[in-house]
Design a protein around this ligand. Structure first.
Ligand code: UT7
Length: 348
């Protein structure tokens, strides 16, 4: 039995915001952002768009692909996706910017709008590692029950709505988007020379760093009080330098641990797909590991940091751009709020 990815999709808001656009609003400039992060643009959702809206679009694209649809007609895509949605047993969404606080889950909203009537649905709170955690969770849920065959794993974020524009070190990093994959339990082998699908996952956490990436207000620790006037809306706080150091360590350790556990070297890997937080993090980790930067897939220039969405967006771009061949061994790495980190080793 193998857990294989049979469809990918993404959804990115049409509104593109360049570094120069930001420079007209806050004290920053294109040169600083590019040289410190590799970011050139980000996409921002409009006022009416929430996490589930982007997640739904990405899911439809992945479901339609899983049903064999490859055209451009959106009505036909919707028909293929609706049919495909009926086969889904589980929907897992990694997000830090859910539609609602705590309940209902964003996954339940997507489940309803897709008509995925037999699917269970839940969100995962693992920051930017949400997709990695989501893959392992969904794969485990499929594996322990013979009647469950297919799951949707989505990363979706509308980070533009939780930006603190007075924090220039953080606000320039973030973007909106969603990515999705359909995974299926197939009869292919998961061991031996013809092995396929999700081979191995590492999941890790270091809660002692929980203050380094945090939505401080609004939860049961610091609830809003009736009549209280708040200076700032709910926003993401980040200690950039601490997260940077953690991230370089997390990428290095995850790559080393997955390669060691699988008994492979970097030459066996077709590509490494890191969470797109900062190109400098990837360069520093690549240098430590002795891995050339070309081995890593990077699209941060266009989308900035879309947290849990960045890896499935990257997978969809690589897949549709024919950058992945059947049988390619790929390694994904996530790191972020919690602090959490981890990676999936997958035969495409
Ligand atoms: O998804 C996971 C979560 N996030 C991350 O992975 C992010 C991890 N951290 C980072 O990527 C980096 O720490 C940052 C990109 C956030 C910051 O880079 P840095 O090289 O650590 O910059 P810094 O915070 O040490 O700031 C250096 C200088 C400061 O000026 P002074 O005090 O040296 O005069 C900042 O005020 O850069 C200044 N600065 C800016 N200048 C122009 C900070 N932000 C900006 C900005 N534009 N946007």
């Amino acid at each position: 039995m193998a857990i294989e990815i049979i469809g990918t999709g993404k959804a990115v808001p049409a509104k593109k915001v360049s570094n120069n656009d930001l420079a007209s609003r806050i004290d920053t400039n294109d040169e600083w952002i590019r040289s410190h992060t590799g970011i050139g643009n980000r996409h921002f959702a409009d006022e009416d768009t929430a996490c589930s809206d982007l997640a739904l679009e990405a899911a439809k694209n992945a479901l339609a692909m899983a049903a064999g649809f490859s055209g451009a007609d959106s009505a036909e895509r919707d028909r293929a996706a609706a049919e495909s949605a009926k086969s889904i047993d589980m929907i897992v969404i990694g997000t830090a910017t859910a539609d609602y606080f705590g309940c209902p889950s964003t996954a339940c909203i997507v489940q309803d709008k897709l008509g995925a009537s037999r699917a269970a649905a839940m969100d995962i709170t693992a920051g930017c590692t949400g997709f990695i955690y989501g893959m392992e969770t969904a794969a485990g849920i499929l594996s322990i029950n013979t009647e469950r065959k297919r799951a949707l794993v989505i990363g979706s974020e509308v980070l533009s709505k939780v930006i603190d524009w007075s924090d220039r070190g953080t606000c320039v990093l973030l973007g909106d988007g969603a990515g999705a994959v359909v995974i299926e339990k197939t009869g292919a082998p998961s061991e031996g020379p013809d092995k396929r699908g999700l081979l191995r996952t590492i999941l890790a956490a270091d809660g002692s760093g929980r203050e380094n990436l945090i939505f401080r207000r609004g939860g049961s620790r610091n609830p809003f009080k009736t009549g209280e006037t708040v200076e700032k809306s709910v926003h993401l706080e980040m200690k950039g330098q601490e997260v940077y150091n953690f991230a370089v360590r997390a990428v290095t350790e995850t790559v080393e641990a997955l390669m060691k556990a699988e008994g492979i070297t970097v030459n066996d890997l077709a590509r490494i797909i890191p969470h797109q937080a900062n190109a400098r993090i990837v360069q520093a980790a690549g240098k430590r590991l002795g891995i050339p930067i070309e081995k890593f897939f990077l699209n941060i220039e266009e989308y900035a940091n879309t947290s849990a969405a960045s890896i499935p967006i990257a997978l969809d771009e690589m897949n549709r751009g024919e950058q992945l061949k059947k049988g390619d061994l790929i390694l994904t790495i996530g790191f972020g709020g919690g602090l959490t980190y981890g990676g999936n080793l997958i035969v495409w």
